[in-house]
Design a protein around this ligand. Structure first.
Ligand SMILES: Cc1cc2nc3c(=O)[nH]c(=O)nc-3n(C[C@H](O)[C@H](O)[C@H](O)COP(=O)(O)OP(=O)(O)OC[C@H]3O[C@@H](n4cnc5c(N)ncnc54)[C@H](O)[C@@H]3O)c2cc1C
Length: 237
C-alpha cells in the first residue's frame, strides 16, 4: 500500500488558529494570521479543540493518494461522507493483471494461501475470458473484494480527526487501520499542532468502544510501525 500526501492547505495550523482568533477579536483573520506564531497557534488550537469549537479546523484540507489497496478497504472508506473521493474506474481501466491484496492472516497459513490464490487465479481467468466477449464494466462483476484499486481522498482536519478516531482504532480492520495510521503520520508532518492528539479514541481517554473494547489501549502518541500493525492484524478481533 502506498499513501502519499499530495497537497494540503498552506500553513494549516496557522490558518485554523487565525480563524479561531477571529471569532474573539475585533481584528480580521488577515491581520491575525500575520501575527500567529507557532506558540500562539498551539495555544489557540488546543483551546478551541477542548471547547469542541471544531468548525475552525475545517479550514485546513488534505489530499491523499492511496494506491494498491483493496476494494474491501475503499468500500469502508467511502462510508466517511464529509470527504471527496476519486477512485480508479473498473469500467474504463482494464483489470487484466491479477493484482490483489493478500491479508497477513492468509499469508501466514499455507492451506489458506493456496485456497486464496486459486480463487484469485480463477476470478482473473474468468474476467479475461469475459472481457474478450463483453464490456469491462460487465466482466468486472467477477472480480473479488481483494482487487487492487487507487483512490484520491480529500478531507478537512475535522473529518480527519473523526476518521483517525474510528479507523486507527484496533476495532477497525487491519487494512484500513494501516492506511489511517499512514495518513496520520503524513498529516502530522505538515500540521503537527492540529493533529497532535489525533488518533484512536484511547489516545484521549477511556476507550469509547465500551463492551467491544480491545482492552489494549495505545500509549498516547504512539505511532505503530507497519510490522506492529501486521502482527496486530493476526489477532482475532
Ligand atoms: C469498527 C467499525 C465497524 C463498522 N461496522 C459496520 C457494519 O457492520 N455495517 C455498516 O453498515 N457500517 C459499519 N461501519 C461504518 C460506520 O457505521 C460508519 O458508516 C462509518 O464509520 C462512517 O462514520 P460516520 O458516519 O461517523 O462519519 P462520517 O460519514 O465520516 O461523518 C462524520 C460525522 O458527520 C456527521 N454526519 C455525517 N453525515 C450525517 C448525516 N447524514 N446526518 C447526521 N450527521 C451526519 C456525524 O456526526 C458523523 O459522525 C463500521 C465502522 C467501524 C469504524
Amino acid at each position: 500500500m502506498k499513501v502519499v500526501l499530495l497537497n494540503y492547505t498552506k500553513n494549516p495550523d496557522q490558518i485554523c488558529a487565525a480563524a479561531a482568533q477571529s471569532c474573539y477579536s475585533e481584528k480580521g483573520a488577515s491581520e491575525l494570521f500575520e501575527r500567529t506564531t507557532a506558540v500562539k497557534a498551539e495555544k489557540m488550537i488546543k483551546k478551541v479543540v477542548e471547547m469542541g469549537h471544531l468548525s475552525v479546523v475545517e479550514h485546513a484540507h488534505f489530499t491523499f493518494s492511496v494506491e494498491g489497496v483493496s476494494r474491501a478497504l475503499t468500500h469502508q472508506l467511502v462510508r466517511h461522507r464529509i470527504a471527496s473521493y476519486s477512485q480508479q474506474s473498473q469500467r474504463y481501466v482494464g483489470m487484466d493483471e491479477a493484482e490483489y491484496v493478500l491479508p497477513p492472516s492468509v499469508q501466514a497459513d499455507h492451506e489458506a494461501k493456496k485456497l486464496y490464490k486459486k480463487a484469485m487465479d480463477d476470478a482473473w481467468k474468468t474476467y479475461r475470458a469475459l472481457a474478450a466477449k463483453v464490456d469491462k464494466e460487465d466482466a468486472r462483476y467477477v472480480l473479488p473484494n481483494a482487487c487492487h484499486t487507487n483512490i484520491t481522498i480529500t478531507m478537512n482536519a475535522r473529518e480527519l480527526w473523526h476518521f483517525f478516531s474510528l479507523r486507527c482504532c484496533r476495532r477497525a480492520q487491519w487494512e484500513i487501520r494501516m492506511m489511517a495510521w499512514k495518513m496520520l503520520a503524513e498529516a502530522k508532518k505538515v500540521a503537527p499542532i492540529l493533529f497532535e492528539n489525533a488518533g484512536p479514541g484511547c489516545f484521549r481517554g477511556p476507550c469509547p468502544e465500551g463492551e467491544y473494547t480491545c482492552g489494549k489501549p495505545y500509549e498516547k502518541g504512539h505511532m505503530p510501525t507497519d510490522k506492529e500493525l501486521m502482527v496486530e492484524s493476526m489477532r482475532p478481533e
